[in-house]
Structures are given as C-alpha cells and as structure tokens.
Design a protein around this ligand. Sequence first.
Ligand code: UT7
Length: 334
Amino acid sequence: MGKITAAITAIGGYVPEKKLTNFDLEKMVDTSDEWIISRTGVKERRILDIPGLATSDMAMHAVNELLQKRGISALDIDLLIVGTVTGDMIFPSTANIVCDKVGAKNAWSFDVAAACSGFLYSLEIGSKYIESGKYKKVVVCGCDKMSAITDYTDRNTCIIFGDGGGAVLLEPNEDGYGVIDTILKSDGSGREFLHQKAGGSLKPPTHETIDAREHYVYQEGKTVFKFATTNMADVSTKIMERNGLTADDVTYLLAHQANKRIIDYTAEKMNLPSEKVLMNIERYGNTTSGTLPLLFWDFEKLFKKGDNLILASFGGGFTWGSIYIKWAYDSPSN
Ligand code: UT7
C-alpha cells in the first residue's frame, strides 16, 4: 500500500448575483475606476445583499455543487472545515451551520480563522485528517461575506473586498497525487496592520465602538502590501526549491487575490510567465478565505491529471503560506 495523500476530487463554488462595480464605488467614495484598476486589478465584486443570508448560505451552495459533481451524499462527509473571518455568528461555528444546511449528519465540523489564509490553513488541516487514514471524505470550504465588515465610506478598504467562496472535497490517494508539500506561517505582531478593532473579547460592542466604526476591517494598506509581496514570494519560491520544481515544471500558480500587483510580484520571483498565473480578481475582488477555492472553481476546466499547482496566500494575522498540489484528475472538459 502506498503512502496516503489527500487529493482534491471535486470542487464547488458560489458568488452572489449582485455586482458592485468600480463605477458604483465612484458614486460612494472619492475614487475612480482607473485608480482602482491600476492599483489593485479589481473591476467589480459580488455582494450578498439579501437579508437573512450569510456566509453559511454561500458555503452551502458550494458544498451542494461538489457533492452533486462527485455523485455522493452529504451523509458521506466525515469532516467539514470552513475557513472564514465572517462567520454567521460569533458562535456556533459556521461549519456547524453548513453541515445542518446541507444535511451532513455524520460529519463533525469546525471553523478556521486565519483571514486570507483561511482556506490554505484549512486545506493543510483537512489533508492531515485524510493522511491519518481515519477520515475518507473531508470537505474544506473557504468563504467570506466581506460586505458585512466593510466600511463603504472608507476608500482605502471598500474598493478591495467582495463576497463569495468555494469548497473542495479531499479523499485519500495512494498514487502520489494530491497535497504534496506545505509551508504555513504566522506572525501575530502583524495584527495591528490588518484587523477588526471591536466586537471581540478585547473590545466588546458598545454604542461608542459602533459610532467609531470599529466593527469594520481596518487596514494599513501600504504596510500589508510590503509584507504580502515579500512573504508570499518567499514561501512560493521555497516550496518550488525544496520539491525540485523549476518554472517549467509548475503548471499554474493560484495566489490569494488581494492585489494584482502582489500576485505579479510573486509570479516574477517564481519566474512564471503570465499564462501560468490564474487570476479572477477583476471579477470578484478580494473575498478573503474565498479567493483560492474560487480560483479552483473558475479554472477547474484547465487542470489535467499530474499538473503541478502552487497555491499561495498572505493575510491578516499575519498568516501566510504555500501548498504544492499534484492534481489528481482530468477535468470533465479535457
Ligand atoms: O487580503 C489580505 C491582505 N491585504 C492585502 O494584501 C492588501 C495590501 N495592500 C494593497 O493592496 C494596497 O496597499 C491598497 C490597494 C490597499 C492601496 O494601494 P496603494 O498603492 O498602497 O495606495 P496607498 O494606500 O499608498 O495610497 C496612495 C494614494 C494616497 O494618496 P496620497 O496620500 O498619495 O495623496 C491615498 O489617499 O492613493 C490614495 N488612495 C486612493 N485614491 C483613489 C487610497 N485609496 C484610494 C482610492 N481611490 N480608493
């Protein structure tokens, strides 16, 4: 029997229908389509603006899609993990709620809070449960309703974020496909540059915190940008080196969609031509934990068995990392 690795065997995704374009934002804050495109690469983002719907509803759609594609029942899921910073409630976990909504009655579940690295962290955790041999079907979601914590009077942040996410199914593989190597990092001293000031146990909600708009994302963009470029490039090149991968060997880079300039910098350090760099930031903006699964969802049709995919992310915490995947199946359209 070969070593067990965790292979992605199905993908689901979801974005809300409502679009918020740069031209819409021009009417809300002092900005321009040209500035946003040139500084970030974003043209429009999706917004979940239907009252009563939350992160769990988007994850539910994504999970239902992957179950249908794989031809299995929600009852087959052993474990479901949701990477998110915009859970439906402070507690219980959104993963618990998603299991209820999809009918995963045999699964246990929990959330992972690692901001923009939420999916990457969750993928590492889910893989280890598969590798243990005990769990056969693990669903890993990355989903965020960033519009719930975005201040639409703050031009520094509201132009970046959007809502959406996706999910992947992990199953055991004994032929060397799936998650091959991972590098994951965190540095809590970076928290001051990207965080939500109030609502947690440090600063519970009060009238004052609401008046001071402290329940929204706060970001010192320039500083985060500096750390994001250097750290994401560092782990992505390291994972290539230690797995003996040259730029020719890498089929695609799937990087967190926070800013096109950060992704371009990382790709340049990896010596990757632009056709190997998957991007959908122009359509969805930064969906935090949602960006990587949305890349899988959008570009699944390109993937062939044996492709070498490099994932990379950087986000609040700071949290960052890179994962090397050997893709396990030819997509139906190949
Ligand atoms: O996903 C988690 C991790 N997050 C990230 O990776 C995000 C990292 N940071 C960034 O992507 C960028 O820093 C931003 C997109 C947030 C900002 O871009 P920037 O090129 O770093 O702009 P800046 O903050 O340095 O601001 C440059 C100028 C300033 O004007 P002055 O002081 O030079 O006159 C800003 O006031 O641009 C101004 N500015 C804007 N102008 C038009 C800031 N936001 C806007 C805006 N529209 N929306």
